[in-house]
Write a protein that binds this ligand. Structure first.
Ligand SMILES: NC(=O)c1ccc[n+]([C@@H]2O[C@H](COP(=O)([O-])OP(=O)(O)OC[C@H]3O[C@@H](n4cnc5c(N)ncnc54)[C@H](OP(=O)(O)O)[C@@H]3O)[C@@H](O)[C@H]2O)c1
Length: 229
């Protein structure tokens, strides 16, 4: 049985991904950070014995280190770096919350790097190890649009991080890709968004299942199409 680790699994795309993976027979290691907001995630465990819940705060390097230590020796087939934040309310040219920008970078850019790096031994135990980072087309340098400086730059940066990581892990056979999940009806995407979290999750999981070494180091959409960087 393959094991999939999903960060930010208590709501939104992460929760839908967790349910989709469990329904397809994967073992899921699902992370959350707050006991008060993981009711829906815990409820999934009622029907699925293969769900393990673990706490992880991605803006705290000590939490990431302790989390990785707790998984020592355990095989992980797929790491899905899903957790992310939009960043501060004020992130415009005229009004920037720089501390909030740094925090968005810590969660959206540095944490996926750190967690991936610390779990390489676990991934190396798998037959077809994959690191999939939920990024955003808002970080694509090819798309020209305004605003959201903190969010866009943190996602552009994590795309670059994953591209470099893919190259460095090529010889070890670890597949690394960022994915754009679509514009999704979650707390982040809002109710006007184009697709449901279930649709996004189903597409991402289909992509995860298809990924082969030749797909590594490329940016994908939830529909399995290549996205321009
Ligand atoms: N929704 C969209 O339209 C859309 C579009 C493009 C990309 N994305 C990306 O998709 C991913 C999931 O987004 P979503 O729409 O599902 O967002 P969401 O509903 O806001 O959920 C975000 C998840 O990330 C977790 N998280 C935030 N900060 C964290 C931290 N410091 N440590 C650990 N976990 C943390 C949250 O946990 P808490 O509940 O504890 O806060 C929550 O589980 C993100 O990377 C986002 O950038 C979303």
């Amino acid at each position: 049985m393959e094991t999939i680790l999903i960060t930010g699994a208590n709501r939104g795309i992460g929760l839908a991904l967790t349910e989709a993976c469990l329904n397809k027979g994967y073992a899921v290691l699902a992370t959350y950070r707050d006991e008060g907001s993981c009711g829906a995630l815990k409820a999934l465990g009622g029907d699925h014995a293969e769900l393990s819940l673990m706490t992880l705060s991605l803006d705290d390097e000590a939490s990431i280190l302790a989390f990785a230590k707790g998984l020592r020796g355990r095989k992980i087939d797929v790491l899905i770096n899903n957790a992310g934040v939009m960043g501060p309310v004020n992130q415009s040219l005229t009004d920037m919350d720089s501390a909030g920008w740094l925090n968005a970078f810590a969660i959206n850019t540095i944490a996926p790097f750190t967690l991936s790096r610390l779990l390489l031994d676990n991934l190396s135990l798998a037959e077809r190890p994959r690191i999939v980072t939920v990024s955003s087309q808002m970080g694509s340098l090819n798309r020209v649009s305004k605003g959201a400086f903190a969010y866009r730059s943190s996602k552009a940066a994590v795309n670059k991080v994953m591209q470099v990581m893919a190259l460095e892990l090529q010889e070890q056979g670890i597949i690394v890709c960022p994915v754009h999940p679509g514009w999704v009806q979650t707390d982040m995407g809002g109710s006007e968004a184009e697709i449901t979290s279930e649709e996004s999750a189903a597409g991402i999981l289909e992509l995860v299942e298809k990924l082969q070494p030749e797909h590594s180091g490329r940016f994908w959409t939830w529909q399995g199409e290549e996205h321009p960087w």
